[in-house]
Design a protein around this ligand. Structure first.
Ligand SMILES: Cc1cc2nc3c(=O)[nH]c(=O)nc-3n(C[C@H](O)[C@H](O)[C@H](O)COP(=O)(O)O)c2cc1C
Length: 590
């Protein structure tokens, strides 16, 4: 870009405004069409000059488009367009400003204020995500202000059309513009803009890709710990990314992450949570634009480049919370990790016998959290190997929970709550000591029964879903229980629904004799708030239930009403009738 003198610069800044104001004058003289055409020619000339000297601003383009539209509509429909442009010439000015601020970010273009901010900053920071984010936020603020001006100007009075809008622009907009960048930088613990300019101005040309001043973190390999490397900021900044596609309280990843985040916040960390299911993150397309044409900046304009990546750069710790899919992180999380490529430089570096890309911005430390359906801890082996390989010393902790789906079921409430309490403690430990203790990890990963029973219960759950034609979510919403298909699986499932609170100090034995397709006898001993299943008959049952197996399974899974079935003599009982009446409370089911 050609060098431009200060005078020319100021001229270009203010050049579109006389056109917008003069049009109002022409309109008041009744010379709308000549006025619009003259202003179109004037704006075309400004565009030409801006191209020659520097580059046109969005306002230049918006004003030109406005007068092109005005000229064309005044020629095509003079009757209709005339009164509109006469009465709302001032609104047109604010509309141009609003469009110049509002539209470009929607099209993935640089924010409105970026054009002006570039004049006061060295090129080293122009593509930096923090610089872009500051400008995006300021642009949103300006767009809001201009929209307010548009609305006010619809009311025909000098107060609403000129005094209040000008007062807002000069009294609110400009002071905000002057103070916001430093405020934002201060929040990140970074030096103010003037200091950055001084630091970068000197050597900007030698290091255009490494705006070190705007990036306070030490580079990898410097020996400093990023989690304690902030000079001004004592508070740990955490970005927690949740890649589970499930919402509605179904996600076990979210359940775990919520506890971890609570622990971190209670310990004083500043934690931001990003749910990828609400974001648009495109796949890396391997174009290497972020390494060549726009160093450090991805070619995509989506939530990753505009929101997640800048926040990731600002964070001390990134929590990657992912469900285990096909024995590793899910695709949504992998896409995010791949899209951090702009944080690396293209060159090859040999370290510890391995080839690396050097970092452009040092990455945050990492905590990996994952949940799995299967019960064995070994299901996380591949994920663990991968994250240890790529994050190496940056990996602070791995938190894995197998059998997470089962643990989320009602009967495991106690174990679940204990596990979540331990996850919360893990969050605190990460903030205080950048690690999770072995003791806490053991309280999170404990086995949930034996894997054989796990498989049987899991199979029954799926069979029930298939039989009823429902998804697991609907299964849960309807408060269903897996439908046993044998006396053995009945002995496994029934105690899962047992409510020790409802049992209190009850001591009793309930025996079942099943007939029909599935035949057999079993009994359950209830004592000390526990329930134990036993095969075969009991010597002295308090309650004896004789029923076709399928009838009792219908009652147990809520398909049939226990009382109605009793009235219709579908099953019979002997012994303590009050125990039968208590069964609904004891198992939470009719
Ligand atoms: C596509 C897909 C692949 C899965 N792969 C595995 C797996 O390899 N191992 C496992 O134990 N669970 C696997 N699961 C089960 C999930 O890990 C489990 O349902 C977990 O609770 C999902 O997390 P969420 O509840 O946060 O969505 C898979 C689930 C899906 C949908």
């Amino acid at each position: 870009m050609a060098h431009i003198t200060k005078r020319k610069q100021i001229f270009l800044y203010v050049a579109p405004f006389p056109a917008l104001a003069l049009f109002k004058v022409w309109a008041s003289w009744g010379l709308l069409l000549p006025g619009a055409a003259a202003m179109l020619a004037y704006c075309g000339f400004i565009l030409f000059l801006a191209h020659r000297w520097d580059r046109p601003s969005y306002l230049d383009w918006a004003a030109t488009a406005y007068f092109a539209l005005a000229t064309a509509s005044l020629i095509a429909w003079p009757e209709a367009a005339g009164p509109i442009f006469t009465d709302f010439a001032v609104t047109g000015i604010y509309l141009c400003l609003f469009c110049a601020a509002f539209v470009p970010p929607l099209l993935g273009m640089a924010p409105f204020t970026h054009h002006y901010a570039r004049k006061y900053t060295p090129p080293a920071v122009w593509n930096h995500p923090i610089f872009l984010r500051i400008n995006l936020l300021m642009t949103h603020a300006w767009a809001g202000l201009f929209l307010l001006c548009v609305l006010l100007s619809l009311y025909p009075s000098v107060v609403t059309r000129a005094l209040i809008p000008l007062g807002m622009i000069l009294g609110v907009g400009l002071p905000f513009n002057l103070r916001f960048p430093d405020y934002y930088l201060r929040r990140l613990g970074l030096p103010p803009l003037a200091e950055q300019n001084r630091a970068l101005g000197k050597g900007a040309s030698q290091r255009p890709e490494t705006p070190a001043a705007i990036s306070p973190q030490p580079q990898a390999g410097s020996g400093q710990d990023r989690t304690s490397g902030r000079a001004k900021e004592a508070v740990m900044k955490v970005l927690a990314i949740n890649s589970s596609p499930r919402g509605d309280g179904m996600s076990k990843t979210e359940m775990m992450l919520t506890a971890l985040v609570k622990g971190m916040r209670d310990a004083g960390a500043h934690v931001e949570v990003v749910n990828l299911r609400q974001k648009s993150v495109r796949f890396c397309i391997g174009c290497y634009t972020c390494w060549t044409k726009t160093p450090g900046l991805c070619v995509h304009k989506d939530d990753m480049s505009q929101e997640i990546f800048p926040r990731w750069l600002e964070a001390d710790v990134a929590v990657y919370a992912t469900p285990l899919y096909h024995y590793t992180m899910n695709a949504a999380m992998k896409a995010v990790i791949e899209r951090t490529l702009p944080a690396l430089q293209p060159f090859f570096e040999r370290r510890d016998g391995r080839t690396h890309h050097p970092v452009r911005h040092s990455p945050p430390k990492v905590v990996v959290l994952s949940v799995a359906g299967f019960p064995e801890m070994s299901v996380f082996d591949q994920l663990s190997q991968y994250v240890n390989f790529i994050f190496r010393k940056g990996l602070l902790a791995e938190i894995y929970r197998p059998a997470a789906e089962l643990l989320a079921q009602g009967p495991y409430e106690k174990q679940r709550n204990e596990m979540l309490a331990a996850v919360e403690i893990a969050g605190g430990e990460i903030v205080h000591s950048s690690a999770v203790s072995q003791e806490t990890l053991e309280r999170i990963t404990f086995p949930l029964g034996d894997p054989e029973s796990f498989a049987k219960v899991g199979d029954l759950m799926w069979k029930t879903c298939i039989r009823e034609g429902i998804t697991p979510k609907e299964f849960r919403e309807r408060g269903m229980v897996p439908r046993p298909d044998s006396v053995e699986s009945f002995m496994l499932i029934l105690p899962m629904g047992f409510d020790p609170h409802a049992a209190g100090d009850l001591s009793a034995t309930i025996q079942f004799i099943f007939s029909g397709e599935v035949q057999g006898t079993c009994h359950f001993l209830i004592a000390d708030g526990r329930m134990e299943a036993k095969p075969g008959p009991s010597a002295k049952p308090d309650l004896l239930i004789e029923s076709p197996f399928e009838v009792w399974m219908d009652i147990m899974t809520g398909r049939a009403d226990g009382q109605q079935m009793f009235m219709q003599q579908k099953y019979t009982i002997a012994g303590d009738l009050s125990l039968l009446l208590r069964m609904q409370a004891l198992f939470g089911k009719k």
